[in-house]
Design a protein around this ligand. Sequence first.
Ligand code: SAM
Ligand code: SF4
Ligand code: F3S
Length: 494
Amino acid sequence: MQKKVFLKTYGCQMNEHDSERMLSILREDNFISTNIKEDADLILFNTCAIRDHANEKFYSHISEIRSLKINKPNIIVAVGGCISQVEGEELLKKYSYIDIAFGPDNLDNISAMVKKVTFNNQNNQNNQNNQNNQKKQKREKIFDNKYDNSPLYSFKETKFVHGNPKAYVTIMKGCDNFCSYCIVPYSRGREKSRSVDEIVSDVKRLVEFHGIEEVMLLGQNVNSFGRKNNEGKDRKDNSNENFVTLLTKLEDISGLKLLRYTSSHPRDVSDELIAFHGESKKLADHLHLPVQSGSNKVLELMNREYTVEHYLSIVERLRKSNPRIKVSSDIIVGYPGESESEYEDTLKFLDQAQFDFIYSYAFSPRPRTKAFELPATLTREQKLKRLRHLQLHQISIQEKVRKEMVGEKHVILVEGRNSKFDQSKSQNESNKSNGSNEPKETSLMWRGRASNLRIVHFNPFDSKRDFNFLWKWVEIKITSSTAISSKGQLIRVL
Ligand code: SAM
Ligand code: SF4
Ligand code: F3S
């Protein structure tokens, strides 16, 4: 019998891929996805604990499930991911209607856990139907947040049914870096890498049988891939499995067109990797390299183990190796003890680094981490003020940096139609000159991503107005650019 799962995912790409893996497993048990909670047999949350805001979002959503469970008592409510790993037991106590709480290392057991609860529900039902036993049965709950201690880090193939040529491939799990502010080492456990052979055969399978052309390799610190082998132990020095050897083997897979990876730790970016960015035909012209702060003192407090100077030298060498590469980053403002002048150092650092874009956050104290114990030196409002100012500063840098793209030719993978209206400044201005205050409808436009990750919009040729560009690779000449996106002229469909 067909059953329905409502799945809500929070957090990073790793969580998004974990959700795909769970769906792939559940599909074998006849589950299909639904967007309507009320229709579901299984409600599954894949949670994120990285900042307080992520926690709050989940806690508000789980509270809404209460009334659903009253009306439909046999609906199964399962909570996986990083919140469940670190506070799953409390969750089960606090919310009587949650049936299953499990951590990221246990997601492969999703099918068995759901089957067990279904079996218990049916047993309870049968017992209650039995005239001799009118007593209400106690629901059994499942809690599993054991870290994976198996000798191998290996998992079943993920079967993609999303119908697009992009796929995530997890190459390693966990994190051993213990940055002072970060919960990930507690929610994802110790670092372990999959074997090169398993990853290569996985990617070959995706290319051959699932039409995948672009792969994003995932790990919290992919630069240390292979440092801990798939048994979770330090590799012997004679091991030749490192991130560059993996990339070299993936590069040879025919049919694979574009390789991306995230996330990188600046301490572990090797000279070989920098050189490979220049040599590779498939590696994207983009690197996301989180720096976190532009002050050496704050970096030390954060336990990042590199300096601003080291970071800038990596970026300089990368740009020499591949002149088309764009670099993006993560910044945290308001770390405990960050003075006004250290914050200003980060603004100056942004001027030096000339990032293509940044993700920026106000420091959020996470229980269990070292920084949680530190006295707060700024109020929430002060942190948000620094954050807003930093974001505006970066936008002004971005506006300048992205103008340099005008006149260049780029290959993009088309991801969909433009949103209904183009609300960019240039469009509004051209409408005003037409005497109209309404944004012009530009729904004929398409949108895609260049190898450097920038979003590019384009109009089809008149002869190709009805052509379906979705998931096609096209060549575009860039005609204008704002801090957020670019526009171009279609040259050809590849
Ligand atoms: N492993 C990656 C790295 O080292 O860059 C990504 C870690 S995390 C999933 C993504 C980003 O969240 C981090 O780079 C950091 O900027 C931010 N972050 C992590 N913990 C935070 C905290 N407690 N408060 C604010 N931002 C945080
Ligand atoms: Fe968190 Fe640092 Fe690990 Fe990234 S490297 S996941 S920021 S502990
Ligand atoms: Fe969040 Fe866990 Fe990713 S805390 S950012 S879902 S690793």
